[in-house]
Design a protein around this ligand. Structure first.
Ligand code: AMP
Length: 404
């Protein structure tokens, strides 16, 4: 199968060619014809499968017919980075079309967004909060919306955006095409789909499973030796660009700082950084200016960073689904990638869940020559843990251990 079979508007060929797409991915093969014929869609697809182009191409095709200078397509997505990424895909695939797209999210100036909305930009890619502000200020005229995409709906639910999303949807024309993508379908998302989609067709490429081009290795290690083990792994493995995940923003910040002190060029991506810091971290990492980026799940969800050779889970994620999403950052589009996960005994049951989804046992490795028996330091800040605040002056000389 190739892209000609979709009979897409010929003005899209330039973009498809420049993006280097030769054959549609499975999600594109099933979703594009359905979307082109106007169906509502519920899509289950993990990131890294080509799902963005699966909705962007039909949107561009349809926008090429009909009026310009009216906002006709709205894409709602949970994170700013994801909004930027979708916007970039639109610019790339829409290169020969002169269609316009704008991103709308908080943390940056509202005026340029408002100007673009007023001008009737054809495609809006937005995070819910700021979009709602513009709607309430009557800046955005969404009476001409024909197509709505809810991307990563489950993550919007996790992040507490569902009420905003519903408020936005209430103000859109009812006569429209809606495409909802989600990796998982908790009740709330099923309900939202049942209430707002019209006889949707389901497209699924099976249960979310990491790309087969990724090899997975577990490194069991006591919590307090994680950083030492990480340094050894970084030394001993040939890595181009490494994305490291930690459980909290604080740990991401701290680890990036420590890695810099250890001579690596590392940056961090998490919600405590300003939008411009997040942008320069991400762009710097993409351009190879930083060899390592330490991130939290929310900040890195769905990011398409082409050249990640290694994903390292410094901390195990909370759910098997989050593991799959993290690992989706490497081994993309048939490139090979490696995923290393530092595990502690507490992570056992999650590892079993992941093994079940992947239908394979994940190999465990011990690094030869690494001293796993170094005891946890007493009366000393453990090098992986956030500092605990002293509760009273009396505690000044009291020794305490840090929870792992
Ligand atoms: P996504 O799942 O939308 O984040 O896409 C993941 C990556 O796959 C992106 O870098 C896309 O550029 C790439 N991609 C999407 N569709 C295709 C295709 N048909 N052929 C090759 N690469 C693709």
């Amino acid at each position: 199968m190739n892209f000609n079979q979709f009979n897409l508007d010929s003005r899209l060929n330039t973009g498809i060619h420049q993006a280097g797409f030769e054959q549609p991915t499975p999600i594109q093969a099933s979703a594009i014809p359905l979307a082109l014929s106007g169906n509502d869609i519920i899509g289950t697809a993990q990131t890294g499968t080509g799902k963005t182009a699966a909705f962007v191409l039909p949107i561009l095709h349809k926008l090429l017919k009909g009026p310009r200078n009216k906002t006709r397509a709205l894409i709602i997505t949970p994170t700013r980075e994801l909004a930027e990424q979708i916007h970039q895909t639109i610019l790339e695939l829409g290169k020969g079309t002169k269609l316009r797209s704008v991103t709308v999210y908080g943390g940056v100036g509202a005026k340029p967004q408002a100007d673009a909305l007023r001008s009737g930009v054809e495609i809006v890619v937005a995070c819910p909060g700021r979009l709602l502000d513009h709607m309430q200020n009557r800046v955005a005229d969404f009476n001409s919306i024909e197509m709505l995409v809810l991307d990563e709906a489950d993550r919007m639910l996790d992040m507490g955006f569902l009420p905003d999303v519903k408020r936005i949807m209430k103000q859109l024309p009812r006569q429209r095409q809606t495409m909802l993508f989600s990796a998982t379908f908790p009740n709330e998302i099923e309900q939202l789909a049942a209430q707002t989609l019209n006889q949707p067709k389901r497209v699924s490429i099976g249960l979310a499973r990491p790309a087969h081009t990724v090899s997975h290795t577990l490194y069991p290690v006591p919590q307090h030796l994680k950083k030492n083990l990480l340094l050894r792994l970084l030394e001993e493995t040939e890595m181009d660009s490494v994305l490291i995940f930690t459980r909290t923003k604080h740990r991401a910040q701290r680890l990036a700082k420590q890695l810099n002190q250890d001579g690596y060029s590392a940056t961090s991506l998490h919600g405590n950084r300003s939008q411009s810091q997040r942008n320069s971290a991400l762009n710097g990492f993409k351009k190879g200016q930083f060899e390592i980026m330490v991130a939290t799940d929310i900040a890195a969800r769905g990011l398409d960073i082409e050249s990640v050779s290694h994903v390292i889970n410094f901390d195990m994620p909370d759910t098997a689904d989050a593991y799959i999403h993290r690992i989706g950052r490497t081994g993309r589009a048939e490139r090979n990638g490696e995923a290393f996960t530092l595990t502690t005994p507490d992570d056992r049951s999650l590892v079993q869940k992941i093994e079940k989804i992947m239908d394979e046992k994940l190999p465990e490795k011990k690094l030869p020559g690494f001293d796993y028996s170094v005891p946890k330091p007493e009366n000393h800040y453990n090098n992986n843990q956030p500092r605990q605040r002293k509760t009273s002056r009396k505690s000044k000389n009291t020794s305490y251990t840090i929870r792992s």
